[in-house]
Design a protein around this ligand. Structure first.
Ligand SMILES: *[C@@H]1O[C@H](CO)[C@@H](O)[C@H](O)[C@H]1NC(C)=O
Ligand SMILES: *[C@@H]1O[C@H](CO)[C@@H](O)[C@H](O)[C@H]1NC(C)=O
Ligand SMILES: *[C@@H]1O[C@H](CO)[C@@H](O)[C@H](O)[C@H]1NC(C)=O
Ligand SMILES: *[C@@H]1O[C@H](CO)[C@@H](O)[C@H](O)[C@H]1NC(C)=O
Ligand SMILES: *[C@@H]1O[C@H](CO)[C@@H](O)[C@H](O)[C@H]1NC(C)=O
Ligand SMILES: [Ca+2]
Length: 516
């Protein structure tokens, strides 16, 4: 039995090889690079991940314990439901268990002892995740299938509900709808909500136990009975409005409206043979990941797509933080056979969150942004404004990624700096911001060459050097290095001597400047 199930799962039309990889490393004329494809996770048995709720409260049998009969043996009412005895209890979880050794286990409702009040029960299945059905939903009833029921679905985690399929032994009487079969639907009506009488008529409780929502038959409308033409199905899923959504659910609700009657009218004298009993609910589908993931994992009680293509979210329904420029798009099954991820490739699309006014120009395949913030500039706000440089250790989308150069206005040639924040200095200035002076220069509204110092430009005749800017000369001496004596008496001699000194000093200073 298990082998058979595995085999069936393997053969599911949409579980086949198609769209199972998201990207591959390929070598092209331009060298190796990633190539991206539309991708989707494998189909799974969704009952393993479901949460179930049965309404109204008290609808499950066994509290208090109750005897029940069957349609086959209406007067042999030896079976008992007792919630407090494990062997005789029929809790909701038995609709989803693995039945080992052929032992059938099932949820069971109370009997219809309150007739003519209707016996109503809701079974609500929730996944907290969008699921795409890939095979029939199969509900297995023990002791006969309901004569009236309907299936509802939600696409928004149970906030709103829509009819999915109606089931009755007489559709007109129960729902005012003509009976239809999925096999009779056409390509234009493949997602029509129908009422079917196929699963509600009495045929004996052992002969036919299943009630279906026919997913395969609807796929077959496009792919053919043998599913040879899957390409056509994928093409239609992309192009036909509402078709993909028809097979998508987050929740399912079975509304059981009237139990099996054994092929006749309700017999008031024996109401213990009317009840619902569900042994299995098979839902086969895959996580909806918008064709941006090929893996779906069960984490913290919830299914979650492992998103690729720079997307994120439970269904890969949005762009990752750094890739928000282009509006998000689902991947596409087209063009066949690999589909398209519809993802923005490369980082140039990333405006890094510095502008909220970026737009994608489809026919040029570019993104342009206006009014870049945070001192950024460029078509994608990917550069720093002039006068700013990039903080190499900050993320591109960091608000502080651009740091002001802060060049010293006097010491630098302009207010721009290089990638490590170094400014371009005027002669004699130094330091990253040009607010220092080179050796042998002193700062005074900019850097000027030293006039005097302790080594080469020594103040003469006992003069002292003041902040490298001038010599403070003793009385009787003058000149830049105090090299000149103030000869008041013999001007001629003094002048010639001082001329020699001065020319030597000029020579020394000139040599020093040349050396620098
Ligand atoms: C079943 O659910 C429907 C809504 O889908 C609600 O109107 C109805 O009252 C519920 N029935 C029971 C028995 O809880
Ligand atoms: C539903 O899924 C979301 C997203 O993974 C999660 O945050 C939330 O807790 C889940 N809710 C429940 C009831 O599990
Ligand atoms: C995702 O982003 C990475 C890093 O920027 C880039 O190399 C890659 O091409 C992108 N993938 C897609 C599908 O856009
Ligand atoms: C650069 O960015 C890193 C990381 O955000 C931060 O720690 C650092 O202080 C920044 N450097 C400057 C100079 O702002
Ligand atoms: C920036 O300028 C400084 C000083 O000239 C230099 O050491 C550094 O390598 C430059 N950085 C870059 C990235 O060019
Ligand atoms: Ca079971």
């Amino acid at each position: 039995m298990l082998y058979l199930v595995a085999f069936l799962l393997h053969c599911l039309p949409l579980a086949m090889g198609h769209y199972d990889i998201c990207k591959s490393w390929v070598t092209t004329d331009d060298g190796p690079s990633w190539e991206f494809y539309a991708c989707q996770p494998k189909a799974m048995r969704m009952k393993d991940y479901v949460t179930v709720k049965v309404d109204p409260p008290g609808i499950t049998c066994g509290d208090p314990p109750e005897r029940f009969c069957t349609h086959e043996n209406p007067y042999l009412c030896s079976d008992e439901c007792d919630a407090s005895t494990p062997d005789l209890a029929h809790p909701p979880k038995l609709m989803f268990d693995k039945e080992d050794e052929g032992l059938v286990t099932y949820w069971q409702s109370v009997t219809w002892s309150r007739y003519p009040e209707p016996l109503l029960a809701n079974i609500t299945l929730s996944w907290n995740k969008s699921i795409e059905l890939t095979d029939d939903i199969v509900v297995t009833f023990e002791y006969g299938r309901p004569t009236i029921m309907m299936l509802e679905k939600s696409l928004d985690n149970g906030r709103t509900w829509h009819p999915y399929q109606y089931y009755a032994d007489d559709c007109m009487e129960a729902f005012g709808m003509p009976a239809r079969r999925v096999r009779d639907l056409s390509t234009t009506s493949a997602n029509r909500i129908i009422c079917t009488e196929e699963y509600s008529r009495w045929v004996g409780s052992k002969k036919e136990k299943n009630v279906r929502l026919e997913v395969r038959d609807r796929f077959a409308i496009f792919a053919g009975q043998d599913f040879r033409n899957m390409d056509n199905l994928y093409t239609r899923l992309e192009s036909a409005k509402g078709l993909k959504d028809f097979f998508t659910v987050t929740d399912l609700r079975m509304r059981l409206l009237r139990p099996a009657l054994g092929g006749t009218y309700v017999q008031r004298e024996n109401l213990y043979k009317y009840f619902y009993a569900v042994s299995n609910i098979e839902v086969t589908g895959r996580c909806k990941c918008n064709l941006h993931a090929n893996l779906c994992s069960f984490k913290e009680g919830t299914l979650q797509c492992e998103c690729e293509h720079n997307t994120t979210g439970q269904d890969c329904g949005k762009c990752k933080k750094n890739f928000r420029t282009r509006s998000w798009r689902a991947g596409s099954y087209l063009p066949l056979p690999n589909g398209s991820p519809n993802a923005w490739a490369g980082t140039q699309g990333g405006c890094y969150g510095h502008s909220n006014r970026c737009s994608y120009i489809d026919f040029l395949n570019v993104v342009t942004c206006v009014s870049c913030k945070h001192n950024t500039r460029g078509q994608h706000c990917q550069h720093c404004r002039l006068g700013f440089y990039r903080n190499g250790s900050a993320e591109l989308d960091d608000e502080n990624v651009c740091i002001e150069c802060n060049c010293n206005q006097i010491g630098s040639l302009h207010d721009r700096c290089n990638e490590t924040g170094y400014c371009e200095c005027r002669e004699g200035a130094a330091g990253p911001k040009c607010d220092d002076c080179l050796p042998n220069y002193y700062w005074r509204q900019g850097c000027f060459p030293n006039v005097c110092d302790e080594e080469l430009l020594i103040c003469q005749n006992g003069g002292t050097c003041y902040q490298n800017q001038r010599c403070i000369c003793p009385a009787g001496y003058q000149g830049i290095l105090c090299e000149q004596s103030k000869c008041d008496s013999d001007t001629k001699t003094c002048n010639s001597a001082s001329r020699t000194y001065l020319s030597l000093t000029t020579f020394l200073i000139g040599a020093l400047i040349l050396q620098l």
